[in-house]
Design a binder for this molecule. Sequence first.
Ligand code: THU
Length: 132
Amino acid sequence: MSQELLINRLIDLARQARQAAYAPYADFKVGAAVLTADGRVFTGCNIENASYGATICAERVAIFSAVAAGQRQIAALAVIADTPKPVAPCGLCRQVLQEFGPDCQVIMANLAGEYQVVPMAQLFPYPFDLSR
Ligand code: THU
């Protein structure tokens, strides 16, 4: 599959996943799709809670779903929302993505059909590192 086709496929899966978003508080729906090293795709949507801090972002739902299925190497992540510009993952999700996809490609998209591909190293240049 060509790079462009793959990108469009992941964006489309993220767009479909977004439809399940549960976002009655922020009224901001997000969808995500991750591609793992062995070619599998896992999707996620944001799931809010009346106790706002218990809310989880779409990206982490997708990443955790991959990890729970035994897939710990993420090659690409697509995220989509209804935003004027392609939506970028929050800082917390960048830190989580760093754990399982430090060299991945991050595809940021919006419903208008715009997207931007940025390598993780560029999106998150100074990750937390536990080594001492
Ligand atoms: N959200 C995501 O799903 N991903 C992000 O990267 C940022 C924010 C969700 C969480 C919450 O449900 C809503 O968007 C507003 O913050």
